[in-house]
Design a protein around this ligand. Structure first.
Ligand code: PLP
Length: 349
């Protein structure tokens, strides 16, 4: 820390991302990336777009936005694109959380980070004993609600009826539904937008569309909510989605069969991995995401993570109350998961 860092910044608790070491033969199951390469055609359109890098990118991301609108059955004016969904969420916190936010005790770590950064007031509601969200806990509060669905790092999903209940019980608050993992088996609240003007759905190309490194996220909501997000964006960084990323995102959306095949593979491999872990005595929560939240028999989460790391397999452990028995395991390729199970058998023996 320099002696120039201002007092306000000194207290920040920054996000600690999963490690990205450069080790040969590493099986990397710690940051929920896709094990598959970008969709066919992505590389070519990015190369083409690179020929015009002397120009500023399209501020309206028109082609990408149009395609997203068609893909999700909404108007282009209901779509907002951002530099990863982290940026979209941070903008939404600024736009709708000034008077306070409410979110669960166990959820995506960045919510608390932005709350600190923007000096917002957060009310934390514990998940139930079984790690599920009780919609009744969010009844009639006077804060912006933030729910990850499926939740992270549990992977557990809320039925749409519960999301609708939360939105209906908070008609004067924006309900941000972070759907980073929704493509892996949960229901999207996009279908609720006609009925609930206060729902803002936030999604990403990082987990299910093989583009984590391109940094592309988006929000879908009412035209008015999208205008509000643009107010924040144009007050901070108007050119937020660069031209290479716009091209990559567009090309990925134009390959729905590839998207579907990757998605299905992850869902199948998740079921296989869950069964194998349970046979070995693990407790595994019911996941609708591209990861499993699991507790090893007779071992803390930290210990299991360390022992796997000695075998060149990276998974994620969160040193946080209520979940120290657990680890989060990204679903990779079938081959990677077979090696995870083999290593686990060895270290349990
Ligand atoms: C990964 C993740 C994000 C952020 O993804 P981006 O790469 O910034 O699009 C947002 N929310 C949750 C719950 C996540 O797990």
């Amino acid at each position: 820390m320099s002696r120039f860092l201002c007092k306000q910044a000194q207290g920040l608790k920054a996000y600690v991302p999963g490690e990205q070491p450069k080790i040969q033969n590493l099986i990397k199951l710690n940051t929920n990336e896709s094990p598959f390469p970008p969709a066919p055609g992505v590389k070519e359109v990015v190369e083409k777009a690179a020929e015009s890098l002397q120009l500023y990118n399209d501020l309206s991301a028109a082609k990408l936005t149009r395609l997203l609108a068609d893909t999700y059955g909404v108007k282009a004016s209901q779509v907002f694109c951002g530099n990863g969904s982290d940026e979209v969420l941070a903008f939404a916190f600024q736009a709708f959380g000034g008077h306070g936010l409410v979110y669960p005790d166990i959820t995506y770590g960045c919510y608390a980070v932005w709350t600190g950064l923007y000096h917002l007031d957060a009310k934390i509601i514990p998940l139930k004993e079984d790690y599920s969200i009780d919609p009744a806990d969010y009844r009639g509060n006077d804060r912006c609600v933030v729910i990850a669905n499926p939740n992270a790092p549990t992977g557990m999903a809320l039925p749409l009826s519960a999301v609708a209940e939360i939105a209906g019980n908070n008609p004067d608050q924006v309900v941000i539904v972070d759907e980073a993992y929704v493509d892996f088996g949960a229901d999207s609240a996009v279908t609720l937008l006609g009925e609930y003007e206060n729902i803002l759905v936030v999604r990403t190309f990082s987990k299910s569309r093989q583009l984590a490194g391109a940094r592309l996220g988006f929000a879908i909501g009412s035209e008015e909510l999208i205008q509000d997000l643009n107010l924040i964006r144009f007050s901070f960084h108007p050119y937020n989605v660069n031209s290479l990323t716009q091209a990559a995102g567009t090309a990925a959306l134009e390959q729905p069969e590839y998207f579907e095949a990757c998605r299905q593979s992850i869902i199948d491999t998740r079921a296989w991995t869950k069964e194998k872990l349970e046979q070995l005595g693990f407790r595994v929560l019911d996941s609708k995401a591209n990861f499993l939240f699991a507790s090893a028999p007779g071992m803390s989460g930290a210990e299991y993570q360390r022992k796997l790391r000695e075998r060149n397999i990276l998974i994620r452990y969160f040193d946080q109350p209520r979940i120290r028995d657990f680890v989060r395991i990204t679903i990779g390729s079938r081959d990677q998961m077979e090696r995870l199970i083999e290593a686990t058998k060895e270290l349990l023996a």
